[in-house]
Write a protein that binds this ligand. Structure first.
Ligand code: NDP
Length: 604
């Protein structure tokens, strides 16, 4: 059946749906875009303090290491592990948190769990011999996996925790980097790696009066269990039983912690600006017998490749190992597209098939809200009116149910956001809700400058700052190497595979690339590894020849996926991946590594 026939049969007026989506988006568009958010600085700096690890004093370091890695999250851990395997013994992780783990160090809010399946999300499962306990593991298990990697590969030995890098400077005379930190360190390293994570700078909403509130308040990435009681593994937050709690924000974080707050608080008020789409989670324990049956050598790489293949729109993904909301989403779109006879498969037809599949899914999710939430008005307000990939799709089996709890109330702001915060609580539509505790589930900086998010600049050869080299946008080979910055490796998704549905896959693959290069440099006796100017230019041109990428279109409801609906400026067009997609990138880079001539790099 053609897509037009399907549409006629189902009687859907997609024009009306588009108009509804546009109306909801227009309500939320605001000219200040990212500027509406506040940094955790000055009067608000206490929101950034680490509630998990007391500060430990230490003497500044002025020694030398072979490899310093900035960031102790997944990027630093997997790169450190691969470097150790390649025989580089003195790897030093520099990390602002009190332990390794990155996101999973900071995000200990109740209910936190991965929402990409553990089998592909948790790194180095095969190497560490860990079997995930659940299809979507909870935060303590993921943090423990980070600690396990650090222990197994000896990455704690040399680490500098509770330490923030303030500057990285290339010393050309000695062919090494000088690493300066907020602890007074000024040590040197032959090589540096940078993996600070895409979402690590917490932000607050710029709501008038935010500094006036006299009750207790914190950001979800700094959960105050001393105040709430309970713990990250799910012990009840018994200290909230006589407390009126408010939470601002209804994104992926809020979706996971609201059910726990609903159970614990005397009263819970969920302040909503835009509802998330919340589909079925279907989490389940992993059966050890089943795990033993699939865990043959190379299993995790096979699963990673299979998940990525299922996430792309091309044919050939016959088997779906992970089988979850992400692969279902792609499968539906693919099925619709491949329904179109090949000779009629124009871009217009493909986009229209995608839109119909999206509408179908979003209707299913809206109906889910109606079926689960008993109060009709609340159910209506929990319905998301945008295309599924406009915002991070959420999956949960007790979020919507939480609104059936008589002490939980949804305070919908009709897209306007909270009006004011007072000494006593939160004001919406002129009504004040008095609270004892106010929790900000307001997310992390994404659209701000990389330098602000990294927290430091890098000074390369001839005193050139990375912020100058990248003044018009990021430039690299494979997202890893930058001309003028020898012996420096960046580990992140951008300008490589750009696989957003499973960020760790990008990181583990880059770690393999870096370790292979380092081994080659050692074998050659090279002191310097640098991308050539021509190779960097050619890679950037190749990236720009592709379709470009913004996670969500400007027509979407505002959020960090589309730079809050504002023009992100010309530099944003460089935040792209390999034009042929993630699967093709992983194949390409694997060939590049195996060929052994490391085309585009100069070893000196
Ligand atoms: P988000 O940025 O997704 O959500 C912030 C929330 O705050 C939004 O609901 C936003 O509303 C709301 N908000 C902002 N300003 C106001 C205001 N003035 N009044 C009322 N509400 C306001 O942050 P999250 O921490 O939820 O998630 C960030 C990302 O972290 C996720 O998208 C995901 O990538 C990742 N994450 C991953 C998880 C996992 O893998 N397990 C779990 C949790 C998070 P609006 O939508 O209108 O802007």
């Amino acid at each position: 059946m053609s897509t037009a026939e399907t549409r006629a049969k189902s009687g859907v007026d997609l024009g009306a749906v588009r108009a509804k989506y546009r109306e909801e988006r227009d309500k939320r568009l605001r000219p200040d875009g990212n500027e509406q958010y506040l940094e955790l600085k000055g009067q608000l700096s206490h929101y950034a303090e680490d509630p998990y690890t007391p500060r430990v004093e230490r003497a500044p370091k002025t020694d030398h290491v072979s490899f310093a890695f900035i960031g102790g999250g997944f990027a630093g851990l997997v790169t450190g592990a691969r470097l150790k395997e390649a025989g580089i013994d003195d790897v030093r992780i520099v990390e602002k948190g009190g332990d390794v783990g990155g996101t999973w160090y900071w995000n200990r809010y109740p209910g936190a769990q991965c929402d990409t399946a553990s089998m592909v999300y948790m790194p180095l499962l095969e190497e560490t011999g860990h079997m995930p306990s659940e299809k979507y593991a909870h935060a303590p298990e993921i943090l423990a996996q980070c600690q396990r990697i650090a222990k197994q590969y000896g990455l704690y030995d040399n680490a500098l925790l509770q330490t923030e890098v303030t500057e990285l400077e290339w010393d050309d005379a000695h062919k090494r980097w000088i690493v300066r930190t907020n602890r007074g360190d000024a040590f040197t390293a032959d090589y540096i790696g940078i993996g600070t994570g895409p979402l690590h700078v917490a932000k607050l909403p710029g709501i008038p009066g935010i500094d006036l509130f006299k009750g207790h308040s914190f950001h979800t990435s700094r959960w105050d269990y001393a105040y709430t009681g309970g713990d990250p593994s799910g012990a009840p937050m018994d200290k909230l039983k006589d407390k009126r709690v408010g939470i601002i924000g209804t994104g992926a974080t809020s979706v996971q912690c609201v059910p726990h707050l609903a159970r614990a608080a005397k009263e819970l008020y969920v302040f909503q600006r835009t509802p998330s789409s919340v589909d079925v989670r279907a989490n389940a324990p992993i059966d050890p017998d089943w795990f033993a049956s699939i865990a043959e050598p190379g299993w995790q790489q096979r699963w990673l490749e299979n998940f990525t293949l299922n996430q792309t729109a091309g044919p050939g993904a016959a088997e779906d190992l992970v089988q979850d909301g992400w692969t279902d989403l792609s499968r539906r779109i693919r099925a619709r597209v491949f329904d179109i006879p090949p000779e009629e498969r124009t871009i217009e037809r493909i986009l229209s098939a995608w839109e119909e599949s999206d509408y179908e899914k979003m209707e299913e999710i809206r109906r889910r809200a109606e079926t689960i939430v008993k109060d009709g008005e609340t159910a209506d307000k929990l319905k998301a009116w945008y295309r599924q990939l406009c915002k991070r799709p959420c999956f949960h089996d007790s979020y919507l149910q939480a609104f059936n709890n008589p002490s939980t109330r949804l305070i919908d702001t009709d897209g306007k956001g909270v009006e004011r915060i007072t000494e006593k609580g939160v004001v919406v539509a002129g009504r004040e809700y008095e609270l004892d505790c106010l929790i900000f589930a307001s997310g992390f900086e994404v659209g701000t400058s990389w330098k602000r998010r990294w927290g430091f600049d890098v000074v390369g050869r001839d005193g050139v700052a990375l912020s100058d080299h990248w003044a018009d946008g990021m430039r690299s080979l494979h997202g890893i190497h930058t001309y003028g910055f020898p012996n420096m490796f960046i580990v992140g998704p951008t300008q490589g595979a750009n696989l957003i549905s499973n960020v760790p896959h990008n990181l583990t693959d880059s770690a393999r690339t870096i370790a292979t290069i380092m081994k080659h440099a050692r074998d050659q006796g090279a002191k310097e590894v640098e991308v050539t100017k021509e190779a960097e230019e050619a890679w950037v041109s190749l990236l720009l020849s592709g379709p470009g990428m913004m996670l969500a279109s400007p027509d979407c409801t505002p959020g960090y996926y589309n730079n809050e609906g504002q023009d992100p400026g010309p530099a944003a067009r460089f935040f792209v991946g390999y034009p042929a997609g993630a699967v093709a990138y992983f194949r390409y880079i694997d060939d590049w590594r195996n060929k052994g001539d490391f085309e585009g790099l100069a070893f000196r």
